[in-house]
Design a protein around this ligand. Structure first.
Ligand SMILES: N[C@@H](CCC(=O)N[C@@H](CS)C(=O)NCC(=O)O)C(=O)O
Ligand code: FES
Length: 117
């Protein structure tokens, strides 16, 4: 367990995932992903119509490492829904293919098919 109060990067991650329903820590931005794994996660989120906040870990080395510590998951991308870690691109793809990603969003009260403001 990391002490978020003592670590500003951990605190930033905790705040970000609590303030936004759907957050993708990724390489690059949703409009310009800089890795195929991040690109795949973006495409799936767009496809299901989920509005999400993309956080580019390539902008900050401490964030790139910190997000791995946050949920003890070694890679990027990382998807969070309502503050809970869902998985990386393999898990997101498998859940999408099984209809489970859409079900998870519905279960957690995340509106799909909304146009970004
Ligand atoms: N199989 C992984 C693919 C993601 C992956 O392997 N990411 C690597 C390359 S982009 C990574 O984050 N490595 C650590 C790093 O770049 O800091 C998934 O399901 O998300
Ligand atoms: S940046 Fe090389 S695999 Fe993601």
């Amino acid at each position: 367990m990391t002490d978020t109060a003592a670590d500003p990067v951990q605190a930033f991650i905790a705040d970000t995932v609590s303030q936004h329903d759907v957050v993708l820590f990724m390489k690059g931005t949703p409009d310009a992903p800089r890795c195929g794994f991040s690109s795949l996660a973006v495409q799936i989120l767009d496809h299901v119509g989920a509005s999400f906040v993309g956080v580019d870990v390539l902008q900050d080395e401490a964030l790139r490492e910190g997000v791995k510590q946050f949920t003890d998951w070694p890679t990027i991308p990382q998807l969070y829904v309502k503050g809970e870690f869902v998985g990386g691109s393999d898990i997101v793809r498998e859940m999408f293919n099984a209809g489970e990603l859409q079900a998870l969003m519905a279960e957690k009260g995340v509106a799909l098919g909304q146009v970004d403001a």
